[in-house]
Write a protein that binds this ligand. Structure first.
Ligand SMILES: NC(=O)C1=CN([C@@H]2O[C@H](COP(=O)(O)OP(=O)(O)OC[C@H]3O[C@@H](n4cnc5c(N)ncnc54)[C@H](OP(=O)(O)O)[C@@H]3O)[C@@H](O)[C@H]2O)[C@@H](O)CC1
Ligand SMILES: Nc1ncnc2c1ncn2[C@@H]1O[C@H](COP(=O)(O)OP(=O)(O)O)[C@@H](O)[C@H]1O
Ligand SMILES: [K+]
Length: 495
């Protein structure tokens, strides 16, 4: 079985580099391997004998650029290289790499990109320390204006390796070659969009070293959670596949619950029931078939329903209303110790009250699924959670604080467990930004938890399945389509 893909932060990568060096691979050898991987990638883009312009920076990223430039010249390309800063200031492995290069080293701000078949961006990698200014900014502006293919070394210069944010200005690469493992910026927006096609080159740093220095951050793909997905056995009966309960809003706000309920059923929850306020029973009944319906009058009603212990997974929030009644329903659910997905109004009803969640979920697994707005409202009195520039850090802190799995939605959804395990999702499509799409996601996660999938794996699998379903449909997608696309996604996953 394929291992989950490890993603390393720049500081973890630096430690892994050091460990590899300590274990016997000299730094210059790592750099030569990195440079060779860049040259190999360049060869796939630029036709033989073409013109390649390398912009090299003052650090190790620039060193990779020198190695690649020398190799490409040997291989018959017409290569020129511009250096940011002075040759006299190069040190260590970068200085040694620069000795391989036999050509001129004019200032990077003076080289021309207009007749290049390919530009190699080796200005800055994981060592970017501040916003681009002056000469660096000028070079990046001219690269981007050239309209030529750009191959970024490790990551596009100007992108922050850990957050994916643009530091003032960044190279808009068409291709990136990174080393040993992807970094957060290759998956997080906007860095992902600036990276183009990303290739990971093996430079001989073992998975053991990568896992020892990283090991808690992953790309969200099936190898991370496929082992946890249930397959019904020949003798299974529906109660073994769990019973999901979804709370409905009032008479004019019932659709969200039904979307979640349908998704829970499609993802394999053996039974699904919508818990409806009395005044909305008629409208819910008119739209439900395989899904069951129960009257539920507020927190007391929910308490009564949950006396039946077969309801093992709950969705609370979509269209429930922002008020104390919703808070009371959450309290009932928490006390009942069932697997819980809290979304939308169940989060906003706790605006500025995140402390109410602290330690609340010890009795049963919980997943919170905020989008950015809901996240900011819930944690508005917690600058330590809201302020980090990194979406990974924010989500991790929220999970550690609440003790729940936190899933911060968006084009680059991040899922974090209280124990630190974190995944970044990347198979989505902007067509998922449609009304009711988040409700469907809640249902998928609750439906998986109903079948015994642990919270982190259920959240990761739910996000991936949701995104895969959306991407398989494309233009014209509406939330009602999503649950119907789930069987096709599952069929491919479980075959
Ligand atoms: N370690 C290894 O074994 C391996 C590492 N590898 C490679 O190393 C790369 C990381 O190298 P790195 O740590 O030297 O950082 P890097 O990205 O070159 O930048 C630092 C330089 O840029 C400068 N600088 C920063 N920001 C700036 C700004 N805004 N504007 C202007 N200047 C700025 C900064 O100057 P300072 O801040 O000191 O003034 C410093 O001189 C990594 O991405 C990968 O490609 C591979 O070879 C595989 C083996
Ligand atoms: N540009 C995008 N690319 C990929 N997925 C997206 C994008 N925009 C939104 N999504 C996904 O669509 C869903 C929207 O959920 P949410 O904001 O709760 O919407 P709603 O409240 O309308 O259901 C989330 O799963 C989110 O990650
Ligand atoms: K770069």
């Amino acid at each position: 079985m394929t291992a989950p893909e490890l993603v390393l932060t720049p500081s973890e990568m630096k430690q892994a580099d050091r460990e590899a060096i300590a274990s016997g691979i000299p730094g210059i050898e790592l750099m030569r391997r990195a440079g060779r991987a860049v040259a190999d990638a360049a060869e796939k883009i630029a036709s033989s004998g073409g013109r390649i312009v390398v912009a090299a920076g003052p650090g190790l990223n620039g060193g990779d650029g020198f190695i690649a430039a020398a190799l490409l010249a040997e291989r018959g390309y017409r290569v020129s290289l511009g250096l940011l800063g002075s040759l006299d200031h190069l040190t260590g492995d970068t200085l040694e790499a620069a000795r391989d290069w036999r050509g001129e080293t004019p200032p990077a701000e003076e080289i021309s990109f207009h007749d290049a078949d390919l530009i190699v961006d080796a200005l800055f990698g994981t060592g970017l320390a501040r916003d681009l200014e002056g000469a660096a900014r000028l070079v990046v502006e001219r690269m981007n204006a050239s309209g030529k293919p750009i191959l970024a070394v490790d990551l596009p210069s100007g992108i922050d390796g850990s957050t994916g944010e643009v530091r003032g200005l960044a190279v808009k690469a068409t291709h990136t070659v990174t080393f040993a493992a992807r970094k957060p910026c290759h998956l997080l927006m906007p860095g992902r969009a600036f990276s183009g096609t990303v290739e990971v080159a093996d430079i001989g740093i073992s998975r053991e070293i990568l896992a020892a220095k990283g090991g808690s951050l992953f790309a969200n793909h099936p190898p991370l959670w496929l082992h946890a997905l249930p397959k019904p056995g020949l003798m299974s009966h529906k109660y073994e596949r769990g019973h999901t309960l979804v709370a409905s809003g009032g008479a004019t706000r019932t659709g969200a619950a039904r979307l979640a309920a349908r998704a829970a059923l499609r993802v394999g929850s053996g039974l699904v029931t919508v818990a409806s306020p009395p005044e909305a029973l008629g409208v819910n009944a008119a739209h439900l078939t395989a899904i069951m319906l129960r009257g539920c009058d507020g927190p007391e009603g929910l308490h009564a329903i949950l006396q039946d212990t077969r309801f093992n997974s709950l969705v609370l929030g979509p269209a429930l209303g922002i008020h104390s009644g919703t808070r009371a329903m959450v309290a009932v659910a928490v006390q009942a110790r069932r697997s819980l997905v809290l979304d939308a109004d169940a989060l906003t009803s706790f605006e500025g009250m995140a402390s109410e969640f602290r330690g609340a979920f010890r009795g049963a697994p919980a997943v919170l699924t905020p989008h950015d707005g809901e996240f900011s409202r819930l944690f508005k009195d917690h600058p330590d959670i809201l302020d980090p520039a990194s979406k990974i850090e924010k989500t991790r802190r929220a999970a550690a604080y609440t003790g729940a799995v936190v899933l911060l939605k968006g084009a680059d959804t991040v899922i974090a467990a209280p124990d630190g395990r974190t995944a970044i999702n990347e198979n989505g499509t902007p067509y998922l930004a449609t009304a009711g799409s988040g409700d469907t996601l809640c249902g998928l996660i609750a439906g998986l938890m109903a079948q015994g999938v642990p919270a982190f794996e259920a959240a990761c699998a739910g996000v991936w399945i949701h995104a895969e379903a959306g991407a398989s449909f494309g233009p014209g997608l509406i939330a009602e389509d999503l649950a119907e696309l789930v069987p096709g996604v599952l069929r491919n996953l479980l075959k």
